[in-house]
Design a protein around this ligand. Sequence first.
Ligand SMILES: [Zn+2]
Ligand SMILES: [Zn+2]
Length: 340
Amino acid sequence: MTHPRDWLCVRAEGLYCAPGDFFVDPLRPVARAVITHAHSDHARAGHGAVLATAETLALMQTRMGESLAGTALQALAPGERVTLNGATVRLHPAGHVLGSAQVAIEHGGGRAVVSGDYKRAADPTCASFEPVTCDVFITEATFGLPVFTHPPAEREAAKLLDSLRLFPERAHLVGCYALGKTQRLIAVLRELGYDDPIYLHGALIPVCDTYERLGVRLGALLPVAGTAQGEMAGRIVLAPPSALGDRWSRRLPDPVTVMASGWMRVRQRAKARGVELPLVISDHADWPELLATFDDVGAPEVWVTHGEESALIHAAEQRGLVGRALRLIGYGEAAEEEAA
Ligand SMILES: [Zn+2]
Ligand SMILES: [Zn+2]
């Protein structure tokens, strides 16, 4: 067997598979990219060719539009195998957002899995993470500290409904990322029996439309634009986090400021953003999920792309695994938000 460390390496452009001559989620324009999901820190413009799931390609088209002109797009179904030069590639669900996939790369009898971003908790808007055994598992570590444990999303979403009952005269303004968090929160609210229209900031509408077009039912969604002052009393209004404090929100009657993010576990973050009702809802694996995933994939070696890598690598080593920090700069939730 050839070991993935002999054919998978970090270059300035990102993680590179030499026998396949392609990059996974490259940070700079390359000739051939395999892309795990449509968040802007992973799916960037300017590549010659992109291989991804059909959902990821559709979401990239929604978000990036014209900047994808000139890029050859190739869809790969989950589990389907494709040969790229001297390597074979398969995509497996990552459970992060709609279309998100882990990239399993095989060469010379060795197998590496690049997970991109992932979570293990249930999400009605996307396929669940599928563990794939491998020689090297490449993981994120966004929440790679033992303090990060995410409660069930339903429990957090129920707090929003409780607050609506308590303050029926106030709008409930929820900051959530445009791709993934917004649709998951809506779907969980629907599962909890909330059937009223949910109001959207204009920046969230295109991605919700694409989810609907791809078969994810979100119920009645209406734009906030054009509604009368005061009409949003007792309503749920979703907006990108960047819109929480700006002029836009002043039209809402006495809004309760809500934020849905894994970072809401950190009280100071909620306070700094003026968040009255923090909801700990994350689309990234928490600490127990990261460790459970190491057990499930059975890889003797774990490489960490970004996030809180030291604690996670230490925990991997305590389990008898070889841990390695790749220190890829440019991934992270802040980068995801910027483009939203
Ligand atoms: Zn992501
Ligand atoms: Zn990311």
